[in-house]
Design a protein around this ligand. Structure first.
Ligand SMILES: NC(=O)c1ccc[n+]([C@@H]2O[C@H](COP(=O)([O-])OP(=O)(O)OC[C@H]3O[C@@H](n4cnc5c(N)ncnc54)[C@H](OP(=O)(O)O)[C@@H]3O)[C@@H](O)[C@H]2O)c1
Length: 238
């Protein structure tokens, strides 16, 4: 069976997606900041006959990325999904919190860059050989429609939007540079989803998002590398 490594595995879309791969019998490296308090994830791992290994990973923390690489050694990773993400505190939960122009908190913005684009790049650089030695060789960087400039008719999200646009630029470049190693690299929009991040008024349930993502990823090949795909199987403009 193939091997998945996923960040942000303890809740939201990441946890829901992990369950699909678990049901399919994949070997899973599940990464989260606080495995000790990830009760639901731990229960799933305990029932999976050692197919699921939990790793402590804070994507802002270079040391934990190095530790993850040391724990994995040369283990092949068929699919690496960078799911962990950060919107910023002043967001959808706050009616005035669409991160309007003039309201930018630069500490939050820096944190968004560290978690949403620098972290995924560091993880890809640390684990690229593990992906390259696998059978499927797929990297999914979970972005957002908010990272699309071509699709932006709304503005706002000054702290979050540029971090996902930067992740898109990184992912586009990786698709070019890693193609010669046979690695498929995809930026992915998971849908406006009723997770903690999306809030209760978002468009779709977490289960709907993860089922859609899984259905799309089941058919991804190297011919898709560099395409900005969505949970519905569509493609977004950059
Ligand atoms: N929900 C939406 O509408 C939506 C739309 C477009 C894109 N996305 C993207 O989809 C992905 C998943 O979002 P979600 O809706 O599932 O969000 P969520 O429910 O808020 O979950 C966020 C996940 O990221 C983890 N995380 C945050 N900072 C981290 C760090 N420094 N190190 C490691 N893990 C960290 C969280 O771990 P903790 O439990 O430790 O905080 C949690 O597992 C994100 O990349 C997000 O940007 C979401």
């Amino acid at each position: 069976m193939p091997t998945l490594l996923i960040t942000g595995a303890n809740r939201g879309i990441g946890f829901s997606l992990l369950n699909h791969y678990n049901n399919d019998g994949w070997t899973i490296h599940a990464c989260c900041r606080n495995p000790g308090s990830a009760a639901e994830l731990k229960a799933v791992a305990d029932a999976a006959d050692a197919r699921i290994t939990l790793h402590q990973l804070d994507v802002e923390d270079i040391g934990t990325i190095a530790s993850l690489k040391a724990e994995l050694g040369d283990t092949p990773i068929d699919m690496l999904i960078n799911m962990a993400g950060y919107l910023g505190e002043k967001a959808l939960v706050d009616p005035g919190g669409l991160q309007h122009f003039g309201e930018t908190d630069y500490d939050i913005m820096e944190k968004a860059y560290r978690i949403n684009c620098m972290g995924p790049l560091r993880i890809c650089e640390a684990l690229v050989d593990n992906v390259a030695t696998s059978h499927k060789k797929i990297i999914i960087n979970v972005s957002s429609i908010v990272g699309s400039i071509g699709d932006d008719n709304f503005g706002n999200f000054y702290m979050y939007r540029p971090s996902k646009a930067a992740l898109n630029a990184i992912t586009h470049a990786m698709a070019i540079n890693l193609k010669e190693r046979g690695i498929t690299v995809i930026p992915f929009h998971p849908g406006f989803t009723r997770s903690d991040m999306g809030g209760p008024t978002a468009d779709i349930e977490v289960a709907e998002s993860s089922a859609g993502i899984k259905a799309v990823l089941d058919h991804v090949t190297i011919s898709d590398t560099g395409r900005y795909l969505t949970w519905e199987g569509g493609e977004l403009p950059w």
